[in-house]
Design a protein around this ligand. Structure first.
Ligand code: 13P
Ligand code: SF4
Length: 329
C-alpha cells in the first residue's frame, strides 16, 4: 500500500511582515536580539542590537519568557546557556559560523592535551561544547582587556587573526588554534590599497578578525560596536570599512553625512556578506515567532560547564565600556 502523503498546511505569509512580526512578538511575549550583521530590516525591528559582548550582557537581563535571537547559532546558544528556563528560538537553525564549525570539540579536546598548565581562552565564536572545555570566553571587544588580566601561558581558540592582533597589542605569544572567519579573511590587500589611493581622505577601519596584512593598513581596529562608535566620533567624514557589510546600516543611521566605502573582497563576489548571518530573513523571523521554533537546546551537563567561562568573561568586563578603549596596534 502506498504511504499516504503527509501535507503540512501552508502558512500564509502576511503582506506587511513588519507589523505582523511586531504583533506576534507582543502576543508571544518575546524579545528580539539581533547582531549588527543582520539584514537591515531585521535590525530595525529588533529590541536590542549589539556586538557579541553586548548581546551576551543583554541576554542576562531579559525579562520576557521567549528570546528570538537573530544572529548565528553560537550566539543563540550563549543566550540559552545564560537563560535555561527561557525558550530561545532562531529564524534558521542552520545559521552557523566558519570559526565555530572549524573547531569541533573532540579535536579541540585532543589538541588541548598538548598544552597542560595553559589557561584556555576561547573566542565566543565557538560551540557550547568548546566553551565547556574553556576557562574564559572573550569577544572581539573584550579580548585585550581580559587577556591583560591573565598572566602565564595561554591557549587561544579558534580565531588566529584575533589572536595575532591581541598578541601584538600585548607583546605576548599564545598557543593558537588556526581558525579563520570566511568573511574577514577575504578582504583583498591589493584592492584595499587601490581604494585608499582613490580615496586618500578616507580612514581605514577594520575588524580584528581580518588578516594582519589588512589590519596593517588600518587607522583603527575594533569590534563592530567599536567601529560604529569610531565612525560617529571621529572628525573624519570618509571611511573604508573592512568588516561585514551589515554594520553599514547602523553607521549610516548614526552618522548620516559620512561617506562609507565597503572594503573590497578578493574576488568579484559579495564575500563581505556573511552567508550564515544572511540565512535569517523576515519571513523566517515571522515563522519562528508563529511556531516558537526552531528552538536552541544545550544539554544540561555542557550548559553548566559552558556557563562558567561566560560568567568569567562577564565578571572580568563588568562595568567597562570596552568599545572606545580599543585602538590601532
Ligand atoms: P563582534 O560583533 O563581537 O565584533 O563580532 C563580529 C563577528 O564576526 C560576529 O560573528
Ligand atoms: Fe562567523 Fe565570520 Fe559570519 Fe561572524 S562574520 S558569524 S565570524 S563567519
Amino acid at each position: 500500500m502506498p504511504t499516504p502523503e503527509i501535507s503540512t498546511p501552508a502558512v500564509e505569509i502576511p503582506r506587511n511582515l513588519e507589523d505582523a512580526i511586531l504583533a506576534l512578538k507582543k502576543e508571544r511575549r518575546a524579545v528580539i536580539l539581533a547582531h549588527y550583521y543582520q539584514e537591515s530590516e531585521i535590525q530595525d525591528l529588533a529590541d536590542f542590537i549589539g556586538d557579541s559582548l553586548e548581546l551576551s550582557r543583554k541576554a542576562t537581563r531579559v525579562e520576557e519568557p521567549v528570546i528570538l535571537f537573530c544572529g548565528v547559532h553560537f550566539m543563540a546558544e550563549t543566550a540559552k546557556i545564560l537563560n535555561p528556563e527561557k525558550r530561545v528560538i532562531v529564524p534558521d537553525l542552520e545559521a552557523g559560523c566558519s570559526l565555530a564549525d572549524g573547531c569541533p570539540a573532540p579535536l579541540f579536546a585532543e589538541w588541548l592535551k598538548k598544552y597542560p598548565g595553559h589557561t584556555v581562552v576561547s573566542y565566543i565564536n565557538c560551540s557550547a561544547a568548546v566553551k565547556a572545555l574553556s576557562d574564559v570566553i572573550v569577544t572581539s571587544s573584550s579580548a585585550e582587556v581580559i587577556l591583560r588580566q591573565i598572566p602565564g601561558p595561554v591557549v587561544f581558540a579558534p580565531d588566529r587573526n584575533l589572536a595575532a592582533w591581541v598578541e601584538r597589542r600585548l607583546s605576548r605569544k599564545f598557543a593558537v588554534w588556526p581558525g579563520t572567519c570566511v568573511v574577514h579573511e577575504t578582504f583583498s590587500e591589493k584592492k584595499l590599497v587601490e581604494l585608499m589611493t582613490r580615496h586618500p581622505e578616507a580612514e581605514v577601519i577594520a575588524h580584528p578578525e581580518c588578516e594582519d596584512r589588512i589590519l596593517a593598513l588600518a587607522n583603527y581596529i575594533g569590534s563592530t560596536t567599536a567601529l560604529l562608535r569610531y565612525v560617529t566620533e571621529s572628525s573624519s567624514s570618509s571611511f573604508i570599512v573592512a568588516t561585514e557589510e551589515g554594520i553599514l546600516h547602523q553607521m549610516r543611521k548614526a552618522a548620516p553625512g559620512k561617506e562609507l566605502i565597503p572594503a573590497p573582497p578578493d574576488e568579484a563576489c559579495s564575500c563581505n556578506t556573511c552567508p550564515h548571518m544572511k540565512r535569517n530573513t523576515m519571513e523566517k523571523v515571522y515563522l519562528a515567532l508563529l511556531n516558537l521554533a526552531p528552538a536552541v537546546e544545550v544539554p544540561e551537563a555542557i550548559r553548566l560547564r559552558a556557563k562558567k567561562p561566560i560568567d568569567r568573561m562577564l565578571e572580568m568586563t563588568a562595568g567597562q565600556t570596552l568599545a572606545p578603549a580599543l585602538g590601532r596596534s
